[in-house]
Design a protein. Structure first.
Length: 67
């Protein structure tokens, strides 16, 4: 996230900043998919029962990002 802020401060091109935002969003999405995948596969294919409540999905505090 600091890389993105540094890019904005350094007046990088809008295309580069947009690419960095997309990269960050894809990384966060991939992490969440990896966390929830066992629950979905177990419910679809009859594997061991996993409760979504027992899985911990990391949630970043939005106040930390604001400076």
């Amino acid at each position: 996230m600091n890389d993105l802020i540094d890019m904005m401060v350094a007046d990088e091109s809008p295309a580069d900043i947009s690419d960095k935002i997309k990269e960050i969003l894809m990384q966060k999405s991939a992490e969440n998919i990896d966390i929830i995948r066992p629950v979905v596969s177990a419910s679809m294919f009859g594997g061991t029962e996993l409760e979504p409540e027992t899985l911990e999905i990391p949630v970043e505090d939005s106040e930390e990002d604001v400076e």
